[in-house]
Design a protein around this ligand. Structure first.
Ligand code: ZN
Length: 217
């Protein structure tokens, strides 16, 4: 287990990063353990913006990264907006770090993890060479239509839910590009699923490649 020191056996999520290896250095005993510092890619956007559709379209076709939908680990215990969903995000960062040790970076499809201000302060953030953010967006009317068309069990058609997602969608469009780290936008309103899929695959490739350039240069 990554967070258990191979030398002293203490559990520490907050190892010190020595970029020379890179190494994760145990704060208890100083043991330096070499690890893979890979980039993490987050494909975000409001509900209805197309995350699941694109994730499904890429699965099995794009195999240079591990594609996961963050909802698979969601449960009510994580529903803590008061601390910006910190436990949920730390779990996913820890998962992604551990998956990355097998050599392939992770692409997380996630609404809640698309907010850099929630990710960057996390303890497990330090193990990634970079976190790249992409948000799928669309115009407000299209988003509302897509949510109303969903099956009833997903409870997506209530006005309150639609309004909250329309406002989240606007936040991505208006604030995303101004942030540091920035959120790259991809507007899916007028482009076919096939084209969106190709553009997301391209963004994943470029994000992973920018990391390799940084390592060798
Ligand atoms: Zn140790």
């Amino acid at each position: 287990m990554f967070n258990v020191c191979h030398q002293c056996g203490m559990y520490r999520a907050d190892k010190i990063i020595d970029p020379a290896g890179p190494y994760a250095v145990c704060p208890e005993c100083g043991h330096a353990h070499p690890f893979r510092a890979l980039p993490l890619m987050i494909v975000s956007g409001a509900s209805g913006a197309g995350k699941s559709t694109i994730c499904n379209a890429l699965l099995g076709r794009y195999t240079d990264a591990v594609l996961l939908d963050s909802d698979i680990l969601w449960c009510p215990a994580f529903d803590k907006p008061e601390d910006n969903y910190r436990d949920f995000i730390e779990i996913w960062l820890r998962m992604s770090k551990n998956i990355g040790q097998s050599g392939r970076p992770v692409v997380l499809f996630s609404a809640g993890m698309g907010v850099p201000g929630n990710i960057e302060p996390c303890v497990e953030r330090r193990y990634f060479s970079a976190v790249h953010y992409l948000a799928l967006t669309c115009d407000d009317g299209t988003l509302a239509e897509r949510l109303r068309a969903r099956p009833q069990w997903r409870a997506s058609a209530s006005n309150a839910f639609i309004e909250s997602q329309v406002s989240f969608n606007r936040w991505f469009r208006e604030t995303g590009p101004t942030l540091d780290p920035t959120i790259t936008l991809l507007d899916t309103t007028a482009i076919a699923i096939e084209e969106t899929t190709a553009q997301v695959a391209n963004w994943i490739k470029q994000s992973a490649f920018s990391h390799q350039q940084k390592l060798t240069g």
